[in-house]
Design a protein around this ligand. Structure first.
Ligand code: ZN
Length: 226
């Protein structure tokens, strides 16, 4: 689904990834769960593109539902991966960062794994990096849900790729649930930072992207965060 000019949302079951289609090549933001490469490549075919057109992959954070198919897609296309240093360390281990209640986290550490991506394949980005995507895509450190979390914002297009720093599951913008948040104080600060950008479009990892949002809802959320 096209959510803004040349920006597509791919709903991969419970999680979204995003595609920016530009003349310089395609950018994929996040990669869904393991075994979702074909779904992503099929979507590309449906909109008249091929995996050969892919130029780079950006990762918001190293959770399995965002980095699960990264290794497969990277291996099939050979494109560079852009991620923050903390994220890159988890990607190289094929294991997500901790953000769950202790007993669940214990099980996750043992059993929830995805194919790792060698550190050498990853180009490091950090808060303030501007990428040549959508007329300047800014990297924003947005820790909270996980401590390695980063969001991406194009001021020129008003599009915010918020990963799991926010979600739109109930049809409005909200914080990711506390039960799966590593640091609630940081999550609140990150959410405030993103809301203050006043993006036209909230493109989150979970929930339908919001193109028209109710200003009252946003203000109410900001008040609870401040
Ligand atoms: Zn997620």
């Amino acid at each position: 689904m096209e959510i803004s000019a040349n920006v597509h949302c791919l709903a991969l079951g419970s999680v979204n990834c995003y595609l920016c289609l530009e003349e310089g090549g395609l950018t994929l933001i996040d990669t869904g769960m393991p075994n979702q490469k074909d779904s992503i490549f099929n979507y590309l075919a449906r909109i008249g593109h091929t995996p050969a057109g892919l130029r780079r992959i950006l990762i918001t954070h190293a959770d399995i539902d965002h980095a699960g198919s990264l290794a497969e897609i990277q291996a099939a296309t050979g494109v560079p991966v852009y991620a923050a240093a903390e994220t890159a360390a988890y990607l190289a281990r094929g294991q997500g960062p901790p953000h769950m209640p202790r007993p669940v986290q214990f099980l996750a550490n043992r059993f929830v794994r995805y194919t790792p991506v060698p550190a050498g394949m990853i180009t490091l980005i950090a808060d303030g990096t501007i990428l040549p995507i959508l007329d300047g895509l800014e990297v924003l450190a947005t820790p909270g849900h996980t401590l390695d979390h980063h969001s991406f914002y194009s001021q020129a297009h008003g599009v915010l790729f918020a990963g799991d720093a926010l979600n739109t599951r109930p049809g409005r913008v909200q914080l990711t649930p506390k039960a799966i948040t590593a640091d609630m104080t940081a999550a609140r600060q990150s959410a405030l930072r993103l809301l203050r950008l006043a993006p036209a479009i909230f493109a989150c990892g979970h929930g339908q992207p919001l193109q028209s949002h109710n200003m009252d809802d946003l203000m109410a959320l900001m008040h609870t965060l401040q």
